[in-house]
Design a protein around this ligand. Structure first.
Ligand SMILES: Cc1cc2nc3c(=O)[nH]c(=O)nc-3n(C[C@H](O)[C@H](O)[C@H](O)COP(=O)(O)O)c2cc1C
Length: 213
């Protein structure tokens, strides 16, 4: 997670990965702690990350506690401090299938496009690209300036999937969580992770959940 608005997207992706039986290495950038605090009221603490993660993932996009049941115990979730440049995932030899940056700030996009590796998040992104693994970048900003657009083209050319965090309305959304789950589901699609987060287009207009006339 980097420090763009959109922490509910990250929560939905994490729940989706765990539901699919994947192991997760979680990195939360320094700025992302601010957006998490702003959007959820949760202060994410390195020393109590499991507790804070559980509290966060059990909430819905409307902030209601206990909306989801999530198991973050055991070794399926590993947490790495963003300043820890010696962390396991900083090396290409660390076993990993790919990486999702959700949400991705324009600063993170710039850093990855330039290969800066200024923190663990950016380093792992560079490693993911050099190892030829799938990198999904869910950028969240609007409007986008020319520099960010050029950085996104650079990421696309480097092999990343650029996935704007832009919900669609054809899947019958009635709650904020539906819109969040659509973006999270498209990110998981791009990463090749099976999920049932949104209703897929079936080729018929009017398939959304409009009330009956
Ligand atoms: C509450 C809050 C919301 C923000 N929202 C966005 C955003 O939507 N998109 C973005 O690119 N940056 C956003 N920022 C700015 C980034 O956090 C900032 O550029 C930071 O340097 C990103 O660092 P990181 O990429 O290392 O996480 C936001 C900052 C705060 C405090």
């Amino acid at each position: 997670m980097s420090g763009a608005s959109g922490t509910p997207y990250a929560a939905a992706v994490l729940r989706g990965l765990l539901a699919a039986g994947e192991s997760v290495d979680l990195v939360v950038s320094r700025a992302s702690r601010l957006t998490l605090l702003d959007e959820t009221g949760i202060s994410f603490r390195d020393a109590h990350w499991r507790e804070d993660l559980r509290e966060w993932l059990e909430r819905g996009a409307d902030g209601k506690s206990g909306t989801f049941e999530v198991d973050v115990e055991g070794d399926r979730v590993r947490y790495w401090s963003a300043g820890d440049l010696a962390a396991g995932p900083s090396s290409g030899s660390y076993p990993a299938k790919g990486m999702l940056i959700v949400p991705a700030s324009t600063a993170c996009v710039a850093g990855v496009a330039l290969g800066l590796s200024k923190d663990l998040l950016q380093r792992v992104a560079s490693v993911t690209l050099k190892e030829g693994r799938r990198l999904v970048v869910a950028v969240r900003e609007t409007p986008l300036n020319g520099q960010t657009l050029r950085n996104l083209v650079a990421l696309d050319e480097a092999g990343a999937v650029v996935l704007p965090a832009s919900p669609a309305f054809y899947a019958g959304a009635t709650h904020i969580q539906d819109l969040v789950d659509f973006v999270a589901g498209r990110a998981l699609d791009a990463a090749g992770v099976p999920h049932r987060l949104y209703r897929r287009w079936k080729g018929e207009l009017g398939g959304g959940s409009r009330p009956e006339a």
